[in-house]
Design a protein around this ligand. Structure first.
Ligand code: SF4
Ligand code: SF4
Length: 196
């Protein structure tokens, strides 16, 4: 059954290894990764940078697991003063969106002086969001629907996958239509999981 996320509920990070939890805290904010991130080059938002992805999640996880929240009633007068506030639904939504604004190219890992295994960490955090019932990101809905309907994210059957090449040739964006590699005779093509 699909889980649903209730605001204020904890993000379950039990799928993260202890090493990944430490990595969340290992960013020195040096900014080296920012110089190399191809997604940041296209859209220079701080939330896209690896350092901000990690900062946003660290903030959520620290607030949720704060010792002060465990020792002091966060709704008491003292608690309201010194306990970190739980993330709002909007903060979780923004952190989740940023986690998907990434091509998983790993450039940030290769240049990171702390050697944070960023992509493995992002994927673990994406899994944690799904496990906690955080809803799909709006812009992912067509891909989710397409995966269910066609077993691929291109919003069309596999047989139409190369259709763009005809349009590109007509608009003179490519010289020739690429040759589609066909399986050798006698070798059955992979069986689709669902009918197209
Ligand atoms: S390169 Fe590594 S340590 Fe530096 S800001 Fe990026 S993630 Fe953090
Ligand atoms: S893995 Fe993602 S965050 Fe890191 S450099 Fe590539 S696109 Fe940017």
């Amino acid at each position: 059954m699909k889980k649903s996320y209730t605001p204020g509920k904890y993000i379950d990070i039990s799928n993260l290894s202890w090493h990944q939890v430490v990595e969340l805290d290992a960013c020195s904010r040096c900014g080296e990764c920012v110089k190399w991130c191809p997604v940041y080059v296209q859209d220079a938002k701080e939330s896209i940078t690896p350092r901000d992805k990690l900062r946003a999640f660290r903030k959520i996880i620290v607030a949720q697991n704060s010792l002060r929240r465990k020792l002091i009633n966060p709704d008491s007068r003292l608690g309201r003063l010194i306990c970190p506030k739980l993330p709002t639904e909007e903060e979780i939504k923004q952190a989740a969106e940023a986690m998907y604004e990434c091509s998983t190219c790993r450039q940030c890992h290769f240049v990171c002086p702390s050697r944070i295994d960023t992509v493995e960490l992002y994927e673990a955090l994406r899994r944690a969001l799904v496990n906690s019932g955080v809803p799909h990101i709006e812009s992912h809905e067509p891909m989710v629907a397409s995966s269910k309907a066609y077993d691929n994210p291109w919003v069309q059957p596999r047989s139409q996958r190369a259709r763009w090449t005809k349009v590109a040739k007509k608009e003179k964006r490519i010289k020739d239509i690429p040759r589609i590699v066909k399986p050798p005779k006698g070798l059955a093509p992979p069986k689709p999981i669902r009918d197209e």
